[in-house]
Design a binder for this molecule. Structure first.
Ligand SMILES: *[C@@H]1O[C@H](CO)[C@@H](O)[C@H](O)[C@H]1NC(C)=O
Ligand SMILES: *[C@@H]1O[C@H](CO)[C@@H](O)[C@H](O)[C@H]1NC(C)=O
Ligand SMILES: *[C@@H]1O[C@H](CO)[C@@H](O)[C@H](O)[C@H]1NC(C)=O
Length: 240
């Protein structure tokens, strides 16, 4: 009776098969490990990410990110970029070009990968609205710039919007926590050791991200934000 319940764990003939399979498995595993190592070493990952276990939140633009080194401008004397010049139509235009692609759309399959849900664009079935925060943050900096140059005739921005923008920019800076080392060097002209922030930074390629966003824009209509409550005045339209 008892013997009928006895099932050998491995029959001798099968044991040979198993160990052959184990060998194949080990070789495949070694190849896979090597391939993964090469992938992580050779791909454009910034050094500071290292092999750390970085938390993940999906963004439809995650595959657009490329890195490059950029030398920052100091913003003094002869080194003042268009963005920091006194207000003019050209300066306004330059700033507008920085954040004009804030309203972008994503497909249903992309929307399904989102951690936070977003709203459908009723006019375009299968499309959902979103904005890349970099454009929102730049918009906020532009709001502060215009507030500083109010004399030029910019419209006054309510304090709650200013506060929102200060918070958005503060959190963006802390989130990115730029660790590029600013240096001090001797200045013959000033006969003093001075701070030099015109150094190289490892940056995400902003132009690539903007190009990507430019192909996904939608022109916002008031009605886009009222699809739930229809003419419900309690539906908030937040543009900032
Ligand atoms: C987004 O998701 C996070 C994590 O679940 C949550 O804490 C946060 O409140 C969400 N925000 C919105 C606007 O859905
Ligand atoms: C308008 O929105 C409010 C708040 O969401 C809701 O309580 C109300 O029922 C809505 N009214 C209509 C007509 O949809
Ligand atoms: C909503 O308002 C628009 C114009 O503002 C009007 O044409 C439309 O009939 C209204 N719809 C409803 C459901 O009240």
């Amino acid at each position: 009776m008892a013997s009928s319940y006895y099932i050998p764990l491995e029959e001798p003939s099968r044991r040979g098969l198993h160990s052959r399979m184990l060998n194949v498995f080990l070789v495949l595993s070694a190849i896979l490990n090597l391939a993964l190592l090469c992938f992580f070493t050779l791909t454009n990952r910034p050094v500071f990410d290292g092999f750390q276990d970085v938390p993940y939140v999906y963004s439809p633009a995650e595959n657009v990110v490329r890195y490059k080194t950029i030398k920052f401008t100091r913003g003094f004397l002869d080194e003042i970029s268009i963005y920091e010049r006194d207000p003019s139509a050209a300066v306004d235009n330059a700033w507008r070009n920085l954040h004009s692609f804030e309203r972008t759309k994503m497909s249903t399959s992309e929307a399904m990968r989102m951690l936070n849900t977003t709203w459908p664009l009723e006019r375009e079935p299968g499309q959902y609205m979103f904005a890349l925060d970099v454009f929102h943050q730049l918009h906020c900096l532009d709001v502060l710039r215009k507030e500083v140059y109010r004399d030029y005739g910019y419209k006054h921005v309510p304090m709650n919007h200013i506060r929102h923008c200060v918070g958005a920019i503060r959190q963006a800076l802390m989130c990115a926590a730029d660790i590029s080392p600013i240096v001090w060097q001797w200045s013959e002209k000033g006969q003093i050791v001075e701070r030099r922030d015109d150094i190289l930074h490892v940056c995400r390629d902003f132009d690539q991200i903007r190009d990507w966003a430019s192909e996904r824009t939608w022109r916002a209509m008031e009605s886009d934000f009222h699809v739930h409550g229809k003419n419900n005045s309690t539906v908030a339209v937040e543009s900032g």
